[in-house]
Design a protein around this ligand. Sequence first.
Ligand code: ACO
Length: 325
Amino acid sequence: MRRYSRITGTGSYLPPRKLTNSDLVAALAAKGIETSDDWIVERTGIRARHFADAGVFSSDLGLEAAKNALQAAGCSAQDIDLLIVATSTPDMVFPSTACILQNKLGANGCPAFDVQAVCSGFIYALSIADAMIQTGAANRALVIGAEVFSRILDFTDRTTCVLFGDGAGAVVLEASDTPGILASDLHADGKHVDILCVPGHVSGGAVLGDPLLKMDGQAVFKLAVGVLEDTARAALEKAGKTAADIDWLIPHQANIRIMQSTAKRLKLSMDKVVVTVDQHGNTSAASIPLALDSAVRSGKVKRGETLLLEGVGGGFTWGAVLLNL
Ligand code: ACO
């Protein structure tokens, strides 16, 4: 009998400090940076984001999301035999945030590693966990997306600092006789490294280069809408499905206009798209599991429904996972 993987619990966590656009506009104005609630809402759909306090790391946010997912799945940390963290804002250069989080969770012993695919990180991590469960290498995985993007924002650059937030989301993925994950589709094209990057690196005890986020917003926008349609169609085709079979599209929450454009290309009503970017901003690898968990907990997304999760991010990376919840 074929082995599949199935999500049995979701969880998320947002740091308590919430900044509305007005809060951010006021904080930036104090530094001589001009922006407005109207500009941010009109161009991005973002109304608020959460920022972690100093000393709070991706592993701390991921830990809370993981505990919530474990509780929803009705299992304990000791039941986990694979732990993957998707993050571009790791606690340290090494060891991995997954190892740090594993220790905080008390799940010691199982394989634990990070996946670095920026905003597509959770899609990559979920696909890897699915493949490992299908082969029998794991039975019950904890897959987490956790970010503290506020640490890598340039608060003198209004074109980027208004877009991002901090947070974490997690799922428990278990072996199952029935799907579960129906298909996944992953891609990368490294020739686009420069349009979205944090170009700094550590060398000889110093940070060399600029360790803050740089983005060519228009280039990212154009690339994102094309690849999100392509990867959605590829995942559907692999599963022998069409866009009409999707109950909910849960895209990476970068920008409402990218989501509207993707929905239009797939001929999906926006009523079928889960949107949390207004309240979370872009939380990179955390955005999809955060959106999934908030839709599950609000009762919007229900067991048995067909979901298309898809992401795009720096690298460039992109991908989709089609699943029955
Ligand atoms: N407040 C006020 N004005 C601003 C701001 C701001 N925060 N930022 C830029 N502007 C100004 C610019 O200076 C420019 O002024 P000018 O015309 O006088 O030169 C004007 O607004 C238009 O700037 P554009 O960059 O052309 O604005 P655009 O409509 O492209 O919107 C945005 C910018 C929102 C970044 C858009 O390009 C976008 O959404 N790109 C996708 C990027 C994205 O979502 N990235 C997330 C990370 S990648 C990922 O997650 C997939």
